[in-house]
Design a protein around this ligand. Structure first.
Ligand code: PGA
Length: 251
C-alpha cells in the first residue's frame, strides 16, 4: 500500500441513527468528490450497514472502531472483521488507547485482531501513544517503539504493508491539549525511522502515519504541514460536519 493522505473521523460512542445519517448527508454535500477519497468515517457498529448504503456513490470510506480477535463463533457481543467487511467497511481501528485502557487490551490480543482484520481484507489503523506520565519522564519513544515492535514483529511483510499507524498521545485525546506540531512531527519521524531500521526503506517510505489527539479545525493545517504527518484521526471534531470538513480541507 502506498503512503496516502487520510482524515479519519472516530465517532466513538456518539450519535443516534438519525443523527448519524444527518451527519453523513452533510459531509457528502460539504466535501467535494475530489477529496472524498481521503476521508474515512468510523461510526458505532449499529450504524455501519445503513451508512454504507447511504454512502453508495460517494468515495468516503467506512471504518469500524474495533473487531474481534476471532473469525466467528460463540463470542457473544463480539463483531468479526468478516462481518464488518460484509457491511461495507474497509478500515478498522486496532489498539485505540480507550480499548487498551478501559478494556485492558494487550499486545497478544491486538496481534490477533490485526491478523483477523487483514485476513478479511480490512486496512488496519493501528493506534499507539504514550501516557502523560510517560511523556513527563521522557520515555515516549521507548513506549511507542515497544507498542509498535510487539505487533509488527508478529506479522509478515505483506501484512505490515497493509497497516496504517496512528500516533495518539493519550494526554492529548479528548483533553483539548494537542501535541505541538514539533512534538507530533518528532514522534512521527521517530516511528518512520524505527520502521526503516527494522523493516526496510520500502515499508517506511510507504507508511501512512496519522496524528490523533485534540486535532481540530484550528490546528489541523499546522499539524498536517509536518513532513511525516500524513493526516489525522479525529475524535470530538469529527462529530460536527463543518469542523470535520475544515480538517479534511486542511490536508
Ligand atoms: P480527540 O480523539 O480528537 O477527541 O482527542 C482522538 C481519538 O481518540 O481518536
Amino acid at each position: 500500500m502506498l503512503r496516502r493522505k487520510i482524515v479519519a473521523g472516530n465517532w466513538k460512542m456518539n450519535k443516534t441513527l438519525t443523527e448519524a445519517r444527518e451527519l453523513v448527508k452533510s459531509l457528502q454535500s460539504l466535501i467535494g468528490s475530489d477529496v472524498q477519497e481521503r476521508v474515512v468515517i468510523i461510526p458505532p457498529f449499529p450504524f455501519l450497514g445503513v451508512l454504507s448504503s447511504d454512502l453508495s456513490g460517494s468515495s468516503i470510506h467506512l471504518g469500524a472502531q474495533d473487531c474481534s480477535a476471532h473469525a466467528q463463533g460463540a463470542y457473544t457481543g463480539e463483531v468479526s472483521a468478516g462481518a464488518l467487511k460484509s457491511v461495507g467497511c474497509s478500515y478498522v481501528l486496532v489498539g485505540h488507547s480507550e480499548r487498551r485502557g478501559y478494556h485492558h487490551e494487550q499486545e497478544t490480543l491486538l496481534i490477533e485482531k490485526t491478523k483477523q482484520a487483514l485476513l478479511s481484507g480490512l486496512t488496519v489503523i493501528l493506534c499507539v501513544g504514550e501516557s502523560l506520565e510517560e511523556r513527563r519522564n521522557g520515555s515516549q519513544e521507548q513506549v511507542v517503539g515497544k507498542q509498535i515492535m510487539s505487533i509488527w514483529n508478529a506479522l509478515n511483510d505483506t501484512e505490515r504493508a497493509q497497516l496504517i499507524m496512528a500516533y495518539e498521545p493519550v494526554w492529548a485525546i479528548g483533553t483539548g491539549e494537542t501535541a505541538s506540531p514539533e512534538q507530533a512531527q518528532s514522534m512521527h519521524a521517530f516511528i518512520r525511522a524505527l520502521i526503516k531500521d527494522n523493516y526496510g526503506d520500502a515499508l517506511a517510505d510507504n507508511l501512512t502515519i496519522l496524528y490523533g489527539g485534540s486535532c481540530n479545525a484550528q490546528n489541523a493545517k499546522e499539524l498536517f504541514a509536518c513532513p511525516d504527518i500524513d493526516g489525522g484521526l479525529i475524535g470530538g471534531a469529527s462529530l460536527k460536519a463543518d469542523d470535520f470538513t475544515k480538517i479534511v480541507y486542511s490536508l
